[in-house]
Design a protein around this ligand. Sequence first.
Ligand SMILES: Cc1ncc(COP(=O)(O)O)c(C=O)c1O
Length: 377
Amino acid sequence: MIMERIPIAGPSITQLEIDYATDAAATGWYNNAGEYPRRFERAFANYLGVKHAVSLPSCTSGLHLALAALGIGPEDEVIVPDLTWIASAAPILYVGATPVFADVDTKTWCLSAESVRSCITDNTKAILAVDLYGGVPDYSALKRIAQERKLKIVEDAAEAFGSEFEGCKAGSLGDFAAFSFHGSKTMSTGEGGMLVTDSDELHDRVMHLRDHGREPGDIYFRNTEVAFKYKMPSVSAAIGLGQVERAEELVTRKREIYNWYRDELDGIEGIEFNYEPANTKNSYWMFTVVLQPEFELPKEKLMAGLDKEGVESRPFFYPLSSLPAFEGESQAKIARNRNKVSYDLSPWGINLPSALSLERSQVQFVAKVLRRTLRVI
Ligand SMILES: Cc1ncc(COP(=O)(O)O)c(C=O)c1O
């Protein structure tokens, strides 16, 4: 008998998205070629309450464009949390700047404002804050620092569609924000991303940079600089339009899955879950557990235990400063010595299945397997 595995993540696609995608495939050409991207961008900007949204092939390309549009380059430093996916930091290197890996907060697992302060130098130009697993850092504190030190804030909201900080949607909290619509994300277009900003000036700059350094609508091929080609195809945008129209439903479902897990795992001592400070809303992209070291179950061992029973999981990110990819970075060694919270959290955390297709019975099964693995039945 083939055991059905419980997938780590995946989207919710309904007839609405299928109808829009079919229509885009049939009609999204000639004069209509830009119609679905425009509709998707408008709907997305309205949902967030921001002025401009630019649809892109990925979140990574959005972060790249944001840094390029801010004029960040060689000699500049950008502060980024040590605990995040590599895509938060790689674009800093694409523009030739230096990533400075700051520590995270023990409860939100997001950038610690205190650590940011200690990382600032005369070369610091921006803070790249990450909304990890749907949680948000203390943006009030980060904005205070940014104002005092004249720094830009770029929000990596890849994992935080539908989250909020003090009543403002994730994605509306910095000078720029970038979202991911990878197949694992709360809203998905398969692959894709969106860059958002309230600034007309930055938006104009992005529109120039994203199309090989020429004005939107230019048909004479008058490129004024060497830049990038980052656009989203119509069929993807059509799927995105359907997804954003279902935003509340998708986010409500994520929060429901989180609450199912909390019920099923109630009463286990020495285990922490995603945190939601009073002034925030967490869209719980990934239900995440962090074990006390006393369990003596490092994440790799825990993942192997779950895998044997058909339950997929993922490790809490390894600190970027510990990765071979950043071995040669001047800041990595400093970060390894400084970022105690990142290094204390990372070995003991995993993401449990959080797909939008998940049913309560599957969450009950995962919880049972987890309890058995932890020996806390
Ligand atoms: C925190 C974070 N930043 C950036 C990205 C990059 O997104 P994309 O794969 O759309 O470029 C991801 C995607 O997994 C992410 O989790």
